[in-house]
Design a protein around this ligand. Sequence first.
Ligand code: NAD
Length: 378
Amino acid sequence: MAGNTTASASAPLSVIIIGCGRVAEKHLKAISKLKNLELKAVVDVNPDSAKRLLGSVKGFAGTKFYNDYKTAIDEVKPSIVSVTVPSGLHFQIAKYAMEHGCNLLLEKPMTMSVSEAREIFELSQKTGLKLAMGHIYRYLPIVGLVREDIAAGKYGKVTHGTIYVRWGHGEDYYKSAAWRGTWKSDGGALMNQTIHAIDLLVWLMGSEPEEASAMIAQRVRNIEAEDLGMAVLRLENGALAQIEGTTATVPSKHTAEFSVFCENGQLSMGLDSGKPHLNIFSVKPDGKLKKLNGYYIRRQFKEGGLFSYKCALNPHLGIYKDLSDSIIENKAPIADAYSGFSSVDTLLGIYRSAKEGRPVQLPLTDDFNSVDMTGFFD
Ligand SMILES: NC(=O)c1ccc[n+]([C@@H]2O[C@H](COP(=O)([O-])OP(=O)(O)OC[C@H]3O[C@@H](n4cnc5c(N)ncnc54)[C@H](O)[C@@H]3O)[C@@H](O)[C@H]2O)c1
């Protein structure tokens, strides 16, 4: 075993980042803000990407570089391996890291197939290593508090939920790396841009998906996978969830919103071109609405302090803090390994439903892989 499964509260936890592209910069910024983490090395097949990443945040220019992840893990023996490579490579690196005793911060989606996601989840159970998923929305301020209150029944029965992720990306984005928009390494707007919002919605609604019905389309982007997807999930508690995810909208106007509707109240949170909005209310006994935005903002500040609001700007800060606390205190991260497995299973159930033109039962009982969608739009 190369890495550490346990750690003391005083010694910093060693970290290596594997994959020095776009999202790695958010990881590096988060690591730079947390005193109990120490970046020991970065890995990339392209030395220029590593150089660019290390130059993007002050104080990291001299960090050790490797071009092979196995050598880096074997030599550095880090406590935490952060996996920020193209999605089709997540499985092999996550598996190698856990088999060598490392905790993981694994970017979404966990893997590209149900069997691989199950294997990674089971490996985390077997080894006791901590695995935090890059499901950023779970780390936004207020959502955790609202989830507790929904689960405690404060809003009554959950009836349904909706999300839209209208995250326009132009051809420049898709052309920036060959893996983007391919069935093998990325998937489309649902698998890449929407999976963490699906994870959040299901988490807030407090029940697992048991059936998916979906359609996907290619509208304007020149990619192999979908640039638009719509799905309906039925959850085990009987609630329905409606999903819209697309990159076919105007790239200069990114909007996303999730809403949960309950018998006695509702919650909506979202972003419109970088501006957050929030609308939470419950119903008073006299039938009037009680606005709860201020209550949650104050409560979040009281319980999470300024740090929790900083996570709104870079949720990876929250993921790293939570992962290091989980290692030190031996508890499950907020976006744990199960959330990685479950969201991949749901997403691939959505793809399978679109492919086969019928509702699909979840969890999937046999394997399904994003590459099984190859040729869907031909
Ligand atoms: N949680 C989030 O908010 C979020 C946001 C963006 C991307 N992501 C996820 O992060 C991952 C990376 O996305 P990105 O946009 O940063 O991609 P990117 O293409 O910008 O960066 C990927 C990097 O990995 C490197 N790489 C490729 N193969 C490698 C290998 N075998 N060993 C080491 N390095 C290798 C590439 O050279 C590149 O520098 C994807 O899985 C994506 O879904 C998550």
